[in-house]
Design a protein around this ligand. Structure first.
Ligand code: ARG
Length: 263
């Protein structure tokens, strides 16, 4: 009798433990940003980058720009809704890796190093690096940078570009979180030059007569692509929609709207 009840008890204990095991496995299957409504995707950007993404305080507090129009057009084609949030540029890839967000559009260049941690679509726009300085202390060549302080956005490919330049001429590199801070530092003289993409720099030249710049060799282009979590199922869908927009002229229309006709 004793043996039988012991047997039953151990059976019950066993059943209980395995039930707990299954329950645990199920909750582990739920991943960060993808839980909740499957049709709503969380996008992050670094809204310091007109005309790609920025807040026009005169018009409101919403993030607007080329990347925002592009993602809404792509989302319409793929049947998703996209919610946009703002972050420092340097936090975007870690947020994707931690599955806090589903995608990033931030004029982000698909470098091989980044592609180890996130998946990229095809490139949707290409720009060049520019060395920006004050007109009255104008820097006209890489050699002019000798002994100068050069500012770059933290975590950007311009930061790598600065390191590359520092192998040719002696410069001091300063990092800032936002492009607007770089422009501020230029004007106050805390840095002598900044490396900024031409499309973004051109926007600053239009508003600010004190600034000047020159483009670096175009063999070193900086393209932009959409980043997703590694192995994300969305990459392929968005790539297909992007291809459609390239072929039917919709992408060109957006480029003209935000970057003007010069493309
Ligand atoms: N294309 C450069 C990069 O990927 C700079 C992008 C900066 N984007 C921004 N929203 N601030 O590193």
């Amino acid at each position: 009798m004793k043996k039988i009840s012991l047997f039953i008890i151990s059976l019950l204990v066993f059943a209980f433990i395995s039930a707990c095991g299954t329950a645990n496995n199920e909750s582990e299957g739920n991943t960060g940003a993808d839980s909740g409504d499957q049709n709503v995707l969380k996008m992050a950007t670094s809204a310091d980058y007109p005309p790609f993404e920025y807040i026009d305080t005169a018009k409101g507090s919403e993030i607007i720009g080329f990347d925002i129009d592009l993602i809404h057009a792509l989302a319409e084609k793929t049947g998703y809704e996209v919610k946009v949030q703002d972050m420092d540029f340097n936090s975007l890839i870690p947020a994707l890796q931690a599955k806090q967000i589903d995608l990033v559009l931030a004029g982000m260049t698909p470098t091989p190093e980044r592609a180890e941690n996130v998946d990229f679509t095809d490139i949707y726009y290409t720009a060049n690096h520019m060395i920006v300085s004050l007109k009255d202390k104008e820097v006209k060549s890489i050699e002019d940078l000798e002994g100068k302080t050069v500012g770059v956005q933290l975590g950007s490919i311009q930061q790598e570009k600065a390191t590359e330049i520092s192998e040719k001429v002696t410069i001091k590199i300063e990092n800032r979180n936002k492009i607007s801070e770089l422009v501020q530092e230029l004007k106050s003289g805390r840095i002598d030059a900044a490396i900024i993409e031409d499309t973004v720099a051109n926007g600053y030249f239009e508003k600010d007569e004190q600034l000047a710049g020159f483009t670096l060799d175009s063999s070193e282009e900086a393209g932009s692509a959409i980043a997703f979590q590694k192995e994300s199922k969305y990459t392929e869908e968005f790539d297909a929609a992007l291809k459609e927009m390239k072929e039917n002229g919709e992408l060109d229309k957006l480029i003209v709207k935000w970057f003007g006709d010069q493309q």
